[in-house]
Design a protein around this ligand. Structure first.
Ligand code: EPZ
Length: 428
């Protein structure tokens, strides 16, 4: 079993370079299936969710070549099957993007119900609504979602709820559909714009991505393309918070400052020093920080994927802070672990009340999901003493070389392998 072992107290100093955006990559990789040619993707993050997406492509018959650590060549022209292998697909949330792409390519798709972080109820009703609106039949049985269509026709779709996944799946399903498809109440995250730009670079005709109305005029063919994925807004935000929390001085490189505005504005309000440059931001920590209230909302609101990380920062701020989780039913599973380190947090449904404390102390803790794990790393970097974090596979799904990047700016963090509990019992 692998753990991160952190000896807290070092202020982070130096430069961190951000990798490609996980939530863009896991949408763009399935979309490459639609190319009648070779796609070369650059700035692809080397993370487990991407690896699983590429393994699914290869298992379906695509030729996937690693040109270097972050550049991938994909030739999907030989994919004949519209069924995604069950076990691989159920391990990640983004496998459901194969539904939209395979429906587009074959008028048929069969993919397991998605997996992903346990954040409460995560239905796919809006995805199914889109496929049906375009003219497909949908069936869920034996853990698989199967969609079939005689012919898909462009239409108008209004999302009952702002959803990143369903907005992306609708774009993927509609990109080659005859006529005009209009998505209303669409999500506006940076990775939605990135996917639209990728598809348009293949010859698609998508307008309005990044606004709440996206217009997709179907095209007959999509060509191969070369495309570089945008930097990861949430990875950047995570390191910005880590720099602030440790009172450090860190320049975060390879970012798009505009994508970070929902995060930077909150940090500035807390008293964190931020200098913006063309493709980097410099964070200077000036502890102690002001308390603050946060509510997570769809982009351009404060991102839910930054909520646990800010909670870790607010545990050491002065006064009482309130976090309201506006997107998921259950995104406070990390709170119990922060309490082990001395945090003073009370949770009531979607609201967490955080009383600032003078210090945190290192403790053995467990990552419940990707961003909960990131929050524990931030807390461990600030805590007095040693923090051991279990279940770090959650973290490695979405952060490339996190321990390496943190060590490079002075953090005392190691990835260590420990005998699994059953091995310990066997040794008794
Ligand atoms: C994507 O998840 C991200 N995952 C999540 O990031 C992110 O938290 C989320 O968008 C919101 O930004 C990937 O991109 C792989 P949603 P997704 O559809 O698409 C409800 C991370 O840490 N909903 O925008 O699943 C849903 O239950 C992960 O990187 C419906 O009700 O999110 C949730 O409450 C965690 N019906 C809300 O909408 C639907 O059909 C937002 O979900 C779909 C969603």
């Amino acid at each position: 079993m692998e753990k991160f072992v952190i000896n807290g107290g070092n202020a982070l100093r130096g430069d961190i370079t951000i990798s490609g955006a996980k939530n863009a990559a896991v949408a763009i990789i399935p979309a490459a299936i639609l190319a009648e040619g070779i796609c070369v993707l650059e700035n692809v993050p080397n993370i487990n969710d991407v690896t699983v997406s590429l393994k699914i492509l290869a298992a379906m018959g695509a030729e996937v070549r690693l040109l270097n650590k972050n550049t991938i060549q994909i030739d999907s022209r030989h994919i004949k099957d519209a069924v995604v292998p069950y076990e691989m697909a159920r391990s990640i949330r983004a496998s459901y993007y194969f539904l939209g792409t395979l429906l587009s390519k074959f008028n048929h798709a069969k993919v397991s119900m998605p997996g992903g972080c346990a954040l409460g109820d995560r239905p796919i009703d809006q995805h199914l609504k889109c496929f049906k609106a375009l003219g497909a039949e949908t069936v869920i049985e034996h853990g698989m979602v199967e969609i079939t269509a005689e012919k898909l026709i462009g239409t108008q779709i209004y999302f009952d709820k702002i959803t990143v996944g369903a907005t992306i799946n609708a774009m993927l399903a509609a990109v080659k559909v005859d006529g005009l498809t209009i998505l209303e109440n669409a999500a506006k995250e940076p990775h939605i714009v990135d996917l639209a730009n990728f598809l348009n670079s293949m010859g698609a005709d998508i307008m309005g991505a990044g606004t709440d109305v996206i217009k997709i005029r179907g095209v007959k063919r999509l060509q191969g393309t070369n495309y570089s994925i945008i930097p990861d807004q949430i990875e950047a935000g995570t390191y910005m918070v880590a720099a602030a929390a440790t009172g450090g001085d860190v320049t975060i490189k390879n970012v798009i400052p505009k994508h970070l505005e929902p995060i930077s504005s909150k940090l500035v309000k807390m008293g964190v020093g931020i200098e913006e440059f063309d493709d980097s931001v410099r964070i200077t920590g000036k502890k102690p920080y002001e308390r603050m209230n946060l509510k997570t909302m769809p982009h351009p609101g404060f991102p839910t994927d930054m909520q646990p990380q800010f909670a870790a920062l607010l545990t050491l701020s002065q006064g009482t802070s309130i976090i309201t989780e506006g997107i998921y039913e259950e995104r406070f599973r990390y709170v119990d672990e922060l309490r082990r380190m001395g945090a003073d947090i009370s949770v009531d449904g979607k609201v967490a009340v955080i009383e600032g404390v003078a210090k945190l102390t290192g403790a053995p803790v467990k990552a419940a999901d990707l961003r909960a794990g990131a929050a524990l790393i931030i807390a461990g970097l600030c805590a007095k003493g040693v923090t051991e974090i279990e279940d770090i596979y959650h973290i490695e799904r979405g952060y490339e070389d996190m321990a390496l990047k943190l060590r490079a700016v002075g953090a005392d963090i190691q990835k260590r392998r420990f005998p699994a509990p059953d091995a310990l019992r066997a040794a008794l």
